[in-house]
Design a protein around this ligand. Structure first.
Ligand SMILES: Cc1cc2nc3c(=O)[nH]c(=O)nc-3n(C[C@H](O)[C@H](O)[C@H](O)COP(=O)(O)OP(=O)(O)OC[C@H]3O[C@@H](n4cnc5c(N)ncnc54)[C@H](O)[C@@H]3O)c2cc1C
Length: 457
C-alpha cells in the first residue's frame, strides 16, 4: 500500500510496532546458526497476481523458485502420490492423477464428489457466498461426499489452505477454493529463494526511501486523533504523535483493539476473527536427505506437520551443504503443551517417514517458532463479516482479513494494500487502477459457471 501511494507522489510514513519489517511474513538470522529463517515457511501460487506485480515492482520477482514439473508430492500411507496438473483443459486436468490416487482411495469415494464438483462449477460467486453460514463437513455430506473422502482429502485441504478443521470451516471459503481448483489446469507453487524480509519488506522500504517516504520501527500506534470528521494525527505508545491527513490501518484483526476505541464497529468486527496458531520448525542436518523441495502429509489429529520444505533444494548457494528442513504445524493447539524437544522429535520422525536418510543423519541445529496467529480461521460466517477497506473519511484498513475475495494469505494482504491505495487516492480525486483482479476459473469450467458480477471471486 505504501509503495503504491509513494509511487503516486504521496509522502508516506510507515509506523511499525516491531523492530523488523514483514509482520507475519518476515525473516531474520537464526541466533544459533546465523542462517536466515522465516517466521515459518511460505509458498506462493502462480495465481498471486498482486504479489507477483509487487515483486516485479521491487525487482525481486526472480527470487521465486517455481515448481512447474509437478504440483506437489503427498506422502500418504507410505506411498508418494505425485500430483500433476496440465494437459487436459480444467477440470479434466486431474484425470491424469487417477491411476495413482486409486491405489490409495476406492473409486466410490472419488465418485462421491461428482455432484459437489458439478454444483460448484455451476455456482455463481454469490451462490457460493450464500454457503457461508454452513460448516464444511456438513455441506460436503449434504452434497453426497463420502465420510471417507472427507477425512482423506477435504480435512487436509481445509487445514492446509484455510488453516482450520473442515468441521469448523466456512463452506463458502472451502467451495470458493474448489471452484478455483476446478478452474485452473496450470497451478504451480513458488518458493522464496531468500528470506521473506529480503524478498519484499526491505526492498519496499528502499523504494519508499528513494521516493522521500520512510518506515519507522518500534512505533506502536495506539490511537487516532480527529478534528471534526478529519483524521489529523496518530498517537504512539511512547506518548508522541505523527501528523497524518489519512491513515491506512494495515494491522491484523487481533491488533485493532489496541488502535481503535472498544465501541468502534470495526473493533467489534475484528473480535470475531479467531486466530489460527502455527508452530514452525527448522531442522538442519549434516547431509542431504533427498532432492525434494516440498512435500505434504495428509492432515490427521494424531500427526503434527502437514507441509515440509527442504530449503537447501530451494535457496541459492545452499545446495549440497546438508538439508535445511522447514515445516509447519497448522492449527497447532494439539502441540501447545509439548516442549520444543518433543516437537522436534515428532517432526524428525515425520521427516524420516518421507526421507529415511533422516534417521542416520545428525542434527546440527534446530529452531521452533511458536506463532499465535498465522491467519484468522475461516470459520462459518467469516466471509460475510470481512470488513470494507474504506471505513470512514481518511480512514482505511488493509491486511489479509479485509474483504478481498481471497483466502487469508499473502496475496490477499497484497491485494488489500493495492485496493486501500486506490481508495485513498480516489478520496483525493485521483483515479488509479492498482489492484489486479482475483483469478476467474477458466477451461471448461468457464462455460458452466453462472455469473452474477464481474469480479465475484
Ligand atoms: C508460519 C506462517 C506460514 C504462512 N504460510 C503462508 C503461505 O504459505 N502462503 C501465504 O500466502 N500466506 C501464508 N501465511 C499467511 C501470511 O503470512 C499472511 O496472510 C500475511 O503475511 C498477512 O499480512 P498482513 O499485512 O495482512 O499482516 P501482518 O503481516 O500481520 O502485518 C501487520 C503489521 O502490523 C504491525 N502492527 C500490529 N499492531 C500495530 C500497531 N498498533 N502499530 C504499528 N504496527 C502494528 C505488525 O507488527 C505487523 O508487522 C503464513 C503465515 C505464517 C505465520
Amino acid at each position: 500500500c505504501a509503495v503504491h501511494l509513494a509511487d503516486a507522489g504521496l509522502r508516506v510514513v510507515v509506523l511499525e510496532s516491531s523492530d523488523v519489517p514483514g509482520g507475519r511474513a518476515r525473516s531474520w538470522a537464526d541466533p544459533a546458526t546465523g542462517l536466515e529463517v522465516d517466521i515459518g515457511p511460505h509458498v506462493l501460487l502462480n495465481k498471486y497476481a498482486n504479489m507477483q506485480a509487487l515483486l516485479e515492482r521491487l525487482g525481486t520477482a526472480h527470487q521465486i523458485c517455481w515448481q512447474t514439473e509437478e504440483l506437489l508430492t503427498v506422502l500418504d500411507r507410505g506411498k508418494h502420490l505425485r500430483c500433476k496438473v496440465g494437459g487436459l483443459p480444467a477440470p479434466l486436468h486431474y484425470v491424469r492423477n487417477l491411476p495413482q490416487v486409486l491405489r490409495n482411495v476406492p473409486l466410490r469415494h472419488l465418485l462421491s464428489n461428482i455432484r459437489l464438483g458439478w454444483r460448484t462449477m455451476r455456482s455463481s460467486p454469490r451462490e457460493l457466498m450464500a454457503l457461508d453460514d454452513q460448516n464444511g463437513r456438513d455441506y460436503l455430506l449434504s452434497a453426497g461426499v463420502s465420510p471417507g473422502f472427507i477425512d482423506w482429502f477435504w480435512a487436509s485441504a481445509a487445514m492446509a489452505i484455510l488453516n482450520v478443521p473442515v468441521e469448523k470451516c466456512s463452506a463458502a471459503s472451502l467451495m470458493r477454493l474448489l471452484a478455483q481448483g476446478l478452474g485452473h489446469n496450470d497451478l504451480a507453487f513458488g518458493f522464496p529463494k531468500v528470506g521473506l524480509s529480503d524478498l519484499y519488506a526491505w526492498p519496499a522500504i528502499r523504494v519508499l526511501q528513494r521516493n522521500g517516504s520512510e518506515a519507522r520501527f518500534g512505533c506502536a500506534v495506539n490511537g487516532l486523533v480527529r478534528h471534526g470528521s478529519n483524521v489529523t494525527r496518530v498517537t504512539l505508545a511512547d506518548g508522541s504523535s505523527v501528523e497524518a491527513s489519512a491513515v491506512v490501518l494495515a494491522v491484523p484483526p487481533t491488533a485493532i483493539e489496541s488502535v481503535l476505541p472498544r465501541q468502534h464497529s470495526l473493533t467489534k468486527t475484528a473480535a470475531g476473527f479467531e486466530p489460527s496458531p502455527y508452530i514452525s520448525c527448522y531442522l538442519w542436518f549434516d547431509r542431504m536427505l533427498s532432492d525434494a523441495r516440498f512435500w505434504a502429509r495428509p492432515w490427521s489429529p494424531g500427526c503434527f506437520n502437514t507441509d515440509f520444505y527442504d530449503l537447501s533444494n530451494i535457496r541459492d548457494g545452499t545446495t549440497g551443504r546438508g538439508s535445511m528442513l522447514a515445516t509447519n504445524i497448522i492449527w497447532s493447539h494439539r502441540a501447545a503443551e509439548l516442549s520444543d524437544r518433543e516437537i522436534i522429535d515428532a517432526t524428525l520422525a515425520e521427516i524420516a517417514d518421507f526421507a529415511p536418510a533422516a534417521r542416520q543423519a545428525n542434527l546440527i541445529g534446530t529452531a521452533v517458532h511458536h506463532i499465535p496467529m498465522s491467519v484468522p480461521c475461516a470459520t462459518p460466517g467469516i466471509e460475510t463479516r470481512r470488513p470494507a477497506i474504506h471505513q470512514e473519511k481518511g480512514l482505511f484498513i488493509a491486511g489479509d482479513w479485509v474483504d478481498t475475495g481471497l483466502p487469508f494469505c499473502m496475496e490477499s494482504a497484497t491485494r488489500a494494500g493495492a485496493l486501500a491505495a486506490e481508495q485513498l487516492l480516489a478520496e483525493r480525486g485521483i483515479t488509479a487502477k492498482l489492484a489486479l483482479a482475483t483469478p476467474v476459473p477458466g477451461g471448461l469450467t468457464k462455460w458452466l459457471r453462472r455469473s452474477d458480477g464481474p469480479d465475484g471471486f
